[in-house]
Design a protein around this ligand. Sequence first.
Ligand code: 6V0
Length: 332
Amino acid sequence: QAFFKPISNADPPSPTKRHTKITVVGVGNVGMAIAQTILTQDLADELALVDAKADKLRGEMLDLQHAAAFLPRTKIQASLDYDITAGSDLCIITAGARQIPGESRLNLIQRNLSLFKSIVPPLAKYSPECILLIVSNPVDVLTYVAWKLSRFPANRVIGSGTNLDSSRFRFLIADHLDVNAQDVQAYIVGEHGDSSVALWSSISVGGVPVLSFLKRQQIVYEKETLANIHKEVVEGAYEVIRLKGYTSWAIGYSVASLVRTILRDQRKIHPVSVLAKGFYDIDGGDVFLSLPAQLGRSGVLGVTNVHLTDEEAQQLRNSAKAILEVQRELAF
Ligand code: 6V0
């Protein structure tokens, strides 16, 4: 007997609201920060969690389920087996060996490549129509790896890339100018990591181009000051890892912002890792790196034609070269 007695003449449940299912692979610090932000922001009807550690996985699932009375309704499941991920709209991969203090992201590659061989093919098998969102580091190379292993079209394989770096950048500029970070439009592109490129020439606050504004006001800005802000962005992750052992909250919010744009078809522009060959004269091979991309329900819709100075364009191509060098050492 059903718990509720249906009211008479009731219409069947409306089919108009789309059911959304998200999978998060890896329930470490990053995976759980993403999962909890997805839950509090009501972005999924169903959340499937997968990890290789059974106890940790079940513990995290129960802990989230016990918060049900305080959250929007989401069905939360967890398993070591990928069959629970079936029919996902979006699969987020955060599994991986964690960066140890002082270790560069590129050094992580060998450890994470073999993990991806056990993760991506089953995800693609159970959710052949899904969008893959890669967070594990080095994110640009692993997004390429996921694209190859999944055999998905490139528009459905996205790396979280410099979405987080750009938010750190916006925070620092906002702090510097004493404005709200949400009013700052500023992009870091290229590799999520040491060779990332700050697009100074296109920064604006509330529609006002910042560099030309400063020049007009004859406010002296030193190239060094700008370089220091970028340096702070690059070193930000290392500093947090040194202080607390890992990063979690900012990447959680950053990935949730991508989830919202994709699943709600918001068509917002995010600097994320996409197949970059052919944009901004990037050549030399299939390389994923961050460019300002428009995202929607079908994944990557296009790449914005931001104006780059010659110096910025050259830095971007150098960043592509740095990633390709690592990629060439991969044996599939
Ligand atoms: P963590 O806390 O060690 O969690 C990793 C999780 O992955 C653990 O729970 C493991 O059990 C699990 N795992 C390992 N192997 C497998 C497998 N084969 N299948 C399923 N699960 C597995 O690491 P943390 O959560 O701190 O970081 C995760 C990844 O995110 C790392 O690669 C980080 O470098 C990366 N980050 C990427 C960022 C970005 O901006 N792209 C930002 C922060 C961290």
